[in-house]
Ligand binder design. Sequence first.
Ligand SMILES: [Zn+2]
Length: 172
Amino acid sequence: MAQLSIIIHPDPRLKKVSNPIVEITDRIRQLSFDMLETMYQASGVGLAAPQVGITERLVVMDCSNEGEKKDVILINPKIVWSSEDEASFEEGCLSIPDIRENITRPKSVIVKFTGLDNEHREEVFEDLWAICIQHEIDHLDGKLFIDYLGPMKRSLITRKMKKLKKELSRKL
Ligand SMILES: [Zn+2]
């Protein structure tokens, strides 16, 4: 398994709408495992392919409690139902390091997706899992969690990230 480099906002690749995956090839399998490895290394709970520069509809997640391990790989995930009940959660993003903001989203969702075994599934996601899958599917549609914030807050965060990227490039 290899660790992939995570793209930091702002970057045009994070704004693209990703393409559906038509066939689960060895490349997709390898990419899924590499993304999981990358996510665990970064202590994240979810990662979408566009965050590693691949504009394909692939998401990996693990929102289980510390000590447990329950990774989920979702190919072409699609929300088919959202609850009216909402929950507010302090979200972060591996592409927007060290920023956390409260975002309100439906508390539970039903998601249709394909597994690595090519099986079509439909599963209920609740609480943190529901928040996470909505956040990740947004990535596949070129949307970031800061897009839910007001324009002032959003541009402040974007300025901070530009500064961070400059500092990181100097270190290399
Ligand atoms: Zn994210």
